[in-house]
Design a binder for this molecule. Structure first.
Ligand SMILES: *[C@@H]1O[C@H](CO)[C@@H](O)[C@H](O)[C@H]1NC(C)=O
Ligand SMILES: *[C@@H]1O[C@H](CO)[C@@H](O)[C@H](O)[C@H]1NC(C)=O
Ligand SMILES: *[C@@H]1O[C@H](CO)[C@@H](O)[C@H](O)[C@H]1NC(C)=O
Ligand SMILES: *[C@@H]1O[C@H](CO)[C@@H](O)[C@H](O)[C@H]1NC(C)=O
Length: 554
């Protein structure tokens, strides 16, 4: 996702410069407020700075100004789905620090509030997600969490900045976002929601744990919740596959081969041959089938014994001194391992340098297992969302939808299963049935937050955070085109749960023939089931039709 976003940003960079269309300026007046910097300033706490504020007509293009979105790997141009007031402001935080927030306030407001999460180490307002929320009619906010960068150097010897990133900026954005929204419209917010994936999934869980009153409904995708372990694992998997000229290194070519072999072996094991691995945990995969000896003439079409060992290592939990550290990559995630294991990931090395405070001269060659203890002890910014007792959120009536792609190559899917199991262990003794407020969906064949490989073409679209940016070219496509309802769109499903008490027993995921042009039609749809239920083929009917499948508990 990060890499794709980065590519997308670079591609849009040029178009953006040529395409800057300012808003139509202050004009609309809602609840007595003009959409102007002076008027907006009166809605914010003392010490806030309004960086800009303009009113836009529906279908106008909003381009977040570069000077205020310097670290914005997500910033490009966005088509406003409704006429709205758009502004960015800096709010103060403790220790003489500040964070930036981006806000969209639609003229025809649906009465609800939506907060969007971040990606990577944050460092930019998630404008795409905020604009997407406006499509539904939400008043929406996102924060850069207090820094403008995609790296982590800002965290060096900066405890306040770490806390801002860890949880403080998000909570401050929610509290102030709610009050400015109510004052702007002169009406109370009816319901408050959250949607985020990756880092954003973690931010959602962190909010549930620390500030259970912030939201009525939280949608957390592929959460990077176990910060202290995840960032080290991010790096260690690359170390296991390094250096690139060693015999045990899996090149991109070999990873492609491996991805194909996993589908070949694992797809039929679930009973339906459809290029999808429905339950990766149940696949008995043997990489040895790809093995060739040192005398093989074409080594690009097979794996040597050392490479097979690397595959086994990546498919196994990370264990040190007999202690479980982090779950393994799942079968069917291999197609994009190149994004993770080509070299030790920057997210991991940056984490050690700047968040564990070992400094800019640290390199991955300095790795030693004592860093795990240091990371657990420091827990920089208290970012890790590992308070599994979600009972305060449950008790106040909050609802949580959590999802994770079974083929996630960026954050091991097992970390979500682990989280769910820990919450179960914390709440069952209290007599709380998780199904009453927390539903966890595993998404077969989906990668990190969105998308699938060409090998699988698995249904992955259900309006999770960031997903709509994969449709069309200019951010003007929203929800799941043609299926904007509570069965197919997780935001609408969450609203139906919170507001009508109708719980989502399944969600339907969609794969379009061509995701960039959904008008070409649907390739296939399939139900996503509430964990631990899984979708099973009924035995008759088109395997690409959702109705041919049902959710069954194992
Ligand atoms: C707004 O805050 C960001 C940090 O979140 C900072 O980098 C930027 O310089 C601030 N802008 C102004 C105008 O103070
Ligand atoms: C890296 O090492 C150099 C030379 O020893 C030193 O001058 C510099 O301060 C170090 N940088 C950091 C960020 O620790
Ligand atoms: C750290 O975060 C957890 C929730 O993840 C919370 O329960 C705990 O109180 C926080 N600790 C501090 C010192 O803020
Ligand atoms: C609540 O249910 C009604 C009746 O089915 C429906 O029209 C409405 O859209 C639902 N509200 C939400 C937020 O889903």
């Amino acid at each position: 996702m990060l890499i794709l976003d980065l590519l997308q940003t670079i591609l849009l960079w040029k178009a953006e410069l040529e395409n800057y269309l300012p808003g139509t300026g202050p004009g609309s007046s809602v609840g007595g407020y003009q959409c102007s910097p002076d008027s907006i300033k009166t809605l914010l706490p003392a010490g806030s700075k309004v960086l800009y504020a303009s009113h836009y007509q529906a279908d106008a293009t909003f381009t977040p100004p570069k000077e205020h979105n310097a670290g914005a790997f997500r910033a490009s141009s966005f088509v406003l789905p409704r006429s709205a007031c758009v502004f960015q402001a800096n709010l103060t935080l403790p220790g003489d620090t500040q964070h930036s927030v981006g806000v969209v306030l639609p003229d025809d407001w649906n009465g609800r509030f939506m907060t969007a999460g971040n990606g990577g180490f944050s460092g930019s307002v998630s404008w795409g997600s905020v604009v997407d929320a406006a499509w539904y009619g939400f008043a929406a906010i996102s924060t850069n969490t207090g820094h403008e960068s995609s790296g982590a150097e800002w965290a060096y010897q900066n405890e306040e900045a770490l806390k801002n990133w860890g949880y403080r900026a998000m909570h401050n954005a929610v509290v102030n976002g709610k009050s400015l929204t109510e004052n702007y419209y002169g009406k109370d917010i009816s319901y408050s929601y959250y949607r985020g994936c990756s880092a954003g999934g973690k931010q959602g869980l962190k909010e549930v744990e620390m500030f259970p009153n912030d939201f009525d409904g939280v949608i957390a995708g592929a959460p990077a919740w176990w910060t202290t372990r995840l960032q080290l694992w991010n790096m260690i998997v690359g170390i296991w596959n390094s250096p690139a000229d060693s015999p045990h290194h899996l090149s991109n070519e070999h990873l492609g081969l491996l991805a194909q072999e996993v589908i070949r072996q694992c797809d039929p094991q679930d009973g339906v041959k459809d290029n999808m691995v429905m339950d990766p945990s149940a696949c008995d995969f043997r990489p040895e089938e790809l093995m060739c000896g040192d005398d093989a003439t074409d080594k690009s079409t097979c794996l040597n014994p050392q490479q097979v060992k690397t595959v086994h290592k990546l498919h196994s939990d990370w264990v040190e001194d007999g202690k479980f550290i982090f779950p393994h990559l799942t079968m069917s995630s291999e197609y994009d391992w190149r994004g993770l294991v080509a070299a030790p990931a920057n997210l991991g090395t940056d984490y050690v340098k700047w968040m564990l405070q070992l400094g800019g001269n640290w390199t991955w060659e300095d790795w030693n297992a004592d860093l795990i203890k240091l990371s657990d002890e420091l827990n920089p910014g208290n970012a890790t969302a590992d308070n599994y007792d979600l009972s305060p959120f449950y008790n106040k009536g909050g609802k949580l939808i959590h999802y994770h792609g079974w083929s996630d190559w960026s954050i091991a899917t097992g970390s979500s299963i682990y989280f769910y199991d820990q919450v179960t262990a914390a709440l069952q003794p209290k007599g709380i049935d998780l199904d009453d407020f927390y539903r966890f969906f595993l998404v077969p064949g989906m990668g990190h937050c969105a998308g699938t490989s060409d090998l699988m073409n698995a249904p992955w679209a259900f309006a999770g955070d960031g997903q709509s940016s994969r449709f069309g070219k200019d951010g003007s496509v929203h929800s799941v085109p043609g299926y904007e309802d509570a069965r197919h769109d997780v935001v609408l499903a969450m609203m139906n749960w919170v507001e009508n008490g109708t719980s989502p027993d399944e969600l339907i995921a969609t794969k379009f023939v061509n995701d960039r042009d959904p008008q070409q039609g649907v390739y296939r749809q399939r139900p996503l089931c509430v964990h631990p239920a899984q979708a099973q083929y009924k035995g008759t009917g088109d395997i690409n039709a959702a109705d041919s499948w049902e959710c069954k508990k194992p």
